[in-house]
Design a protein. Structure first.
Length: 423
């Protein structure tokens, strides 16, 4: 009975045996193998992920600096352009009969308007033929000096333009009312005229008229044309050369933040209540379109650079992973001989490249954030970083690693065990 049972339980030599169990690769083992593969060559792994670090870092830095720069553009527009009003002398229907519509006390009239910080009238003086600007009473001077423009301006213009004086000072209402022959010049104009110090009370000669230089400035907040001009008091210019001829006069008005539109609406009536049509106030333009255009251009340019960095990083990961596949052919063959399937090999190398990309993405995010914060601190800016950008940057590094590892992992999965073990 036992033997029969034994015979019944014995399998026939010709019958096929039980099917081998299918090999499995757990996620935990997959991660362990990927980490081990990365740590086997730490120097190469660091250099491989460096491209992703730079790409993601550039991505974060570009978007952060673009947002920060756009915020600074907003601030500067608000501080300068949004606080500046220009009043133009059109003359209305009496333009030919009224060469200068601004009254003599235009600065004081405009200063009474609520929201005005400073205001002044100015125009470009048309010199008679043959008259030039020079630093000596005789001689015509060189071409650069001869082309120096002369600007007539009231004391309010200097207050509104806010020049930074490196020597001396600007004139005040006393010089305006008493027709003083004084002048202020930019530092570049002073260098061309050979004026290095005001201790000797130097003078500039405009034609046959001498003007004592009482101030030299190197920068202005408004009206940058003043840097290359010789600026003289309005009353003195009107007495010497008459009212403006080629170009009509204008008024520069500096306002408090938020008051520009109101000031522009009240300027003409405040200056000439009898003929407000002689004047036209130009309010500051809306900078939103320009801000958007500048921000968009900066974003597109630098985003393209960051994409190039990411592509370089992906190529580096793909190249290094492919080299690692060629070097580990024997290991791949042994794994295949022990039962590893082609998809297991694919997932192993994909996981390694994705891990390198993720590490590079995290490091690049930290690097880019540090760059944005450092640049902002150096320039006394407020750093602007979108939370979505910080969250998506490591995922971008991960995606870069995955894309870079597709071809090397496919090549690794195509290696046959027999051919691998022969090498």
């Amino acid at each position: 009975m036992l033997s029969r049972r034994r015979r019944g339980t014995e399998s026939s030599p010709t019958s096929p045996g039980p099917a081998p169990a299918r090999s499995r690769f757990a996620v935990r083992d997959l991660l362990a193998e990927a980490v081990a593969g990365i740590l086997q060559r730490p120097a190469r792994s660091v250099l491989t992920s460096l491209g992703t670090v730079l790409g993601v870092g550039a991505f974060i830095a570009v978007l952060g600096l673009t947002g920060t720069a756009a915020a600074q553009i907003d601030t500067r527009f608000n501080r300068l352009t949004a606080t500046e009003v220009t009043v133009e002398d059109t003359g209305g229907r009496d333009a030919d009969r009224v060469p200068l519509a601004f009254p003599e006390d235009a600065d004081r009239r405009m200063a009474r308007v609520n929201g005005v910080e400073a205001a002044g009238v100015h125009w470009k003086v048309r010199l008679p033929p043959g008259e030039t600007v020079r630093s000596s009473p005789v001689g015509g001077g060189d071409g650069a000096v001869a082309q120096t423009p002369v600007v007539a301006a009231s004391s309010g213009v200097l207050s509104a333009a806010a020049p930074h004086f490196v020597q001396g000072r600007g004139w005040d209402a006393f010089h305006d009312t008493h027709d003083q022959s004084v002048a202020v010049i930019g530092s570049s104009t002073a260098a061309r005229l050979g004026i290095t110090t005001l201790r000797t009370q130097p003078a500039v000669f405009i034609g046959d008229h001498a003007f004592t230089v009482i101030g030299v400035f190197d920068d202005v907040r408004r009206m940058p044309d003043l840097l290359l001009s010789v600026v003289v008091p309005r009353s003195t210019a009107e007495r010497t050369w008459g009212p403006p001829r080629d170009e009509r006069a204008k008024m520069l008005v500096s306002t408090e933040l938020g008051a520009a539109s109101q000031v522009a609406g009240e300027a003409a009536l405040a200056l000439r209540p009898d003929h407000p049509e002689y004047l036209r106030a130009v309010p500051p333009p809306n900078p939103k379109a320009l801000r958007d255009a500048v921000g968009g251009d900066l974003g597109q340019l630098f985003l393209l650079l960051s994409i190039v960095c990411l592509v370089i990083g992906a190529v580096g990961i793909a190249n290094t992973t492919l080299v690692a596949v060629m070097e580990r052919v024997g290991e791949i063959g042994l794994r295949r001989a022990l039962g590893a399937r082609a998809r297991h090999i694919t997932w192993q190398f994909l996981t390694e490249s994705a891990a390198l990309g993720l590490v590079g993405g995290v490091a690049g995010t930290s690097l880019g954030t540090a760059v944005v914060v450092g640049v902002s601190l150096h320039n006394a800016w407020t750093p602007v970083l979108a939370p979505l950008t910080l969250v998506s940057a490591p995922a971008l590094g991960l995606a870069t690693g995955l894309l870079a590892g597709l071809y090397p992992s496919w090549r690794a999965s195509r290696i046959q065990p027999v051919e691998a073990l022969r090498r």
